[in-house]
Design a binder for this molecule. Structure first.
Ligand code: ZN
Length: 328
């Protein structure tokens, strides 16, 4: 596939978006460059995007020694699959990731194994390419409340689990913009439909809604979606994201009362959310499907409800097993 022209765009004051051309398509997955004495890249896209991202950074005047930091919101391959390879191209950059994700960037074998279960081997190779490890000495693990200092500006870490247990959002001290990763779901700018992203294995609806609320409280005027670009309607998008996440979870819970069959659950989820997707045309739907496939979303939510049922069963069993005290 020929490498597309570097595509960069103004995302916020002092922040340039870099289109990763994921899956050969524009406006699907974005990386962001924060300018300054210590330039920092947020998100890398997958390994198949490394050439496009490198070309984008070069076009902004950054050579191999110039990038100081790479920060990823979480380790899913469309966000961070390329970080190992990119770290070889920019050999001075320090790599920042939530502490729960860090071990999997140093040794991606489990991450690749779990992604293979979701996508299948062929599709995985085609969409993301191979995944290279990051050398452990270059990794910097972060958690809630940490500040990544970039000389004159900083990124504050918000721990925002839900979509993934190691997901973080980042608040830019200079612009007040919040990098949302996948915490709110997917919102493509030319379609303007927000679709939840609820993949296995981690999706947790309650935590996800709490994380959306935290982002809403902190975002002054701008959300920066990894899929894709800036959005100024902070309250509107956060409200929709929380409402749809809950609605989708309820649809799957109701579907599970009638069937365990994943194809049927997917069909019901698709049918009962079809009105949300009305503005999107067929080619747009495909771009959403690449990022947040309906079957994968259904699978994640099925798993979420099963985990909850198991946890409740365990809790009530241990309650029954407790010996009665003299006061009972
Ligand atoms: Zn993700």
């Amino acid at each position: 596939m020929p490498i597309p022209e570097p595509a960069t765009y103004e995302a916020a004051p002092g922040i340039t978006g870099v289109d990763t051309w994921m899956a050969g398509r524009s406006r699907v997955t974005s990386a962001y460059l924060l300018h300054g004495d210590q330039p920092a890249l947020v998100e890398t896209g997958p390994t198949t995007s490394v050439e496009a991202v490198t070309a984008g950074l070069n076009s902004l005047g950054l050579g191999p020694d110039d990038l100081a930091h790479i920060v990823v919101t979480h380790i899913h391959l469309d966000h961070a699959g390329g970080v190992g390879t990119l770290s070889h191209h920019f050999n001075r950059a320090r790599i920042w990731v939530h502490e729960r994700g860090a071990p999997h960037l140093a040794d991606p074998s489990k991450l690749v194994h779990s992604a293979t279960r979701v996508y299948g081997e062929e599709r995985l190779r085609e969409l993301f390419g191979p995944v290279e490890a990051v050398r452990p000495e270059r990794l910097q693990a972060v958690s809630e409340g940490d500040r990544i200092e970039l000389s004159g500006r900083a990124l504050e870490v918000l721990y925002t689990p839900g979509h993934a247990s190691h997901h973080i959002a980042l608040v830019d001290s200079q612009s007040g913009a919040v990098f949302t990763g996948d915490a709110l779901g997917i919102h493509l700018p030319d379609v303007r439909v927000l679709r939840p992203a609820t993949p296995p294995p981690d999706i947790d609806v309650e935590l996800g809604v709490e994380s959306i609320t935290r982002i809403q409280e902190r975002a002054q005027s701008l959300l920066l979606f990894s899929h894709f670009g800036p959005v100024t309607e902070v309250d509107e998008l956060c409200d929709i994201a929380a409402r749809r996440l809950r609605k989708w979870a309820d649809i799957v819970r109701d579907a599970l009362e009638e069937t365990d069959d994943l194809d049927r659950v997917t069909e019901l989820l698709e049918r009962r959310t079809a009105d949300e997707f009305e503005p999107a045309q067929a080619p747009d739907r495909e771009r959403y499907e690449i990022l947040s496939g309906m079957r994968t979303n259904a699978e994640g939510l099925v798993r979420y409800w099963k985990k909850r049922a198991d946890a409740e069963a365990t809790a009530s069993a241990s309650l029954r097993a407790q010996p009665r005290g003299p006061a009972d």
